[in-house]
Design a protein around this ligand. Structure first.
Ligand code: ZN
Length: 167
């Protein structure tokens, strides 16, 4: 899924309690891509990494290996569960906005092809990956936008309704 959708899904799914939770879940929802491709974008802008050829069909091999390593860590359900459990143990209660990270991985699994950054969701235990449909395909992108629109209209309409009732 595109990074902006990830933020919006994370926010609506796990940040509905208040504004702070929303932006936390929004940020955590985008984090796996920010900490991999975001870093590559910054590195290329600074001239530290050569710019991959995004035109046409970029291949996995055109992306520097450190991005693959970061991608493995940020897109693994195993790593996510370990971090979620550690945070749970430290706080003695779950940190719900963190689930936006798990949701990001779950949504990436069917929306990437094995040609380009299929989700390494069981890394480092297994290299199994799903050959899905790219999130750039209209069959994914259009329903994604429609669902997000409906959910956000419902959410803001619902909140307004609550405020009215409490007056
Ligand atoms: Zn991702």
């Amino acid at each position: 899924m595109d990074i902006f959708s990830h933020g919006l899904w994370g926010g609506i799914a796990f940040g509905r309690k208040n504004k702070k939770d929303f932006w936390t879940a929004f940020g955590i929802g985008m984090m796996p891509d920010l900490l991999s491709f975001g870093i590559l974008t910054v590195a290329t802008a600074l001239g530290l990494s050569s710019r991959p050829d995004w035109g046409g069909h970029p291949l996995d091999s055109a992306i520097p290996s450190y991005v693959h390593s970061l991608y493995n860590i940020t897109h693994s359900l195993v790593i996510f569960l370990v971090v979620f459990s550690i945070v749970y143990l430290i706080r003695k209660k779950p940190f719900w906005p963190l689930l936006a990270w798990g949701l990001h991985i779950m949504m990436d699994i069917p929306t990437h092809t094995t040609e380009f950054f299929a989700t390494p969701f069981l890394w480092p235990i297994s290299t199994v990956r799903v050959n899905g449909i790219s999130w750039g395909h209209p069959i994914i992108m259009i329903p994604d936008i429609i669902f997000l629109l409906v959910l956000y209209i419902w959410f803001f309409g619902f909140k307004k309704g609550c405020k009215k009732n409490s007056r």
